[in-house]
Write a protein that binds this ligand. Structure first.
Ligand code: NAP
Length: 246
């Protein structure tokens, strides 16, 4: 059964349809949207992964975010830890996308400095759309890159680290305007350092984790960025918050 999601603010509305949620997420310009789930006390993981924090409403919302994006961008650490497979949205999402003039599935883009991924994995071999590997010029000069070039488009930007400004420019130049970043914390920190984030969707899972799980972002930023609240959705004890660039 679909998890019920209500809007608390603005315009309180009960039992939102998928269309109503999509409408509330609409944007009219190129956007980098980041999506995370966190425990109430700020842990981004439960037993090392985010899945243990994600309830039915978060899963529904997660899929709707994928439904409306052009590119799902993920750091290699998350791809490894969360054991990502090929980027394939659910059938209902694929139908919605085609009906709205979009390709059935978004492009999967992975940011990696070390190319520490398996080019023979289903991420590539079963991909409905050729994925993108975003790496540094240094890594792209290594022999390892050839096996990725056979299964993905490789974008090399930046010297030691990936230059996310250039990466985003390359994504836009390829015709993709709606970028959904699904983490993880290192990549989010890199995006914040480059001041490239337009919005954050964060689900607050109703648990206290303590432990030493990561926060949703880390790394140095030149200055804290103010965000403004876009909406508050609620499903039982779970909150789904949208924050926009201030
Ligand atoms: N709560 C949530 O919603 C959520 C979401 C996502 C992830 N997580 C959790 O976060 C943990 C993983 O954290 P993480 O920080 O390792 O994840 P991450 O940001 O996905 O991965 C870090 C890796 O991504 C690559 N990377 C990121 N930014 C880069 C840059 N500017 N230049 C070059 N490479 C860059 C590097 O890959 P290489 O090592 O290949 O060079 C780096 O080691 C997991 O436990 C996962 O479950 C939680």
């Amino acid at each position: 059964m679909t998890a019920r999601i209500d809007r608390v603010w603005p315009e309180p509305t009960e039992n939102l349809t998928d269309e109503a949620i999509i409408e509330s997420l609409a944007v009219s310009r190129p956007t980098v949207r980041v999506n995370f789930v966190s425990s109430v006390d700020g842990s981004a993981t439960h037993e090392g992964r985010s899945g243990g924090l994600s309830g039915p409403a978060d899963k529904r919302h997660f899929e709707l975010l994928r439904r409306v994006c052009d590119v799902v961008l993920v750091g290699a650490g998350t791809v490894r830890e969360e054991r990502y497979g090929p980027m394939r949205v659910r059938d209902a999402s694929a139908r919605w996308r085609v009906a709205h003039g979009m390709p059935p599935h978004p492009v999967f883009a992975i940011v990696t400095g070390d190319l520490d991924l398996d080019p023979s994995s289903p991420i590539f071999s079963a991909a409905p759309v050729r994925p993108i590997i975003i790496t540094s010029a240094q890594a792209s000069a290594s022999a390892a890159v050839e096996s990725f070039e056979r299964v993905a488009d490789v974008i090399a930007v930046g010297e030691g680290r990936v230059d996310l400004v250039e990466a985003l420019a390359a994504i836009h130049a390829a015709g993709h305007s709606q970028v959904l970043c699904e983490g993880g914390p290192t990549l989010f920190g890199s995006f914040l350092a480059a001041d490239l984030i337009d919005e954050l969707c964060i689900t607050i899972a109703p648990t206290l984790e303590a432990g030493d799980g990561p926060r949703i972002s880390h790394g140095g930023v030149p200055a804290a960025r103010d965000m403004r609240l876009g909406h508050i959705l609620r499903s039982g004890d779970e909150l789904l918050l949208r924050y926009l660039r201030g």
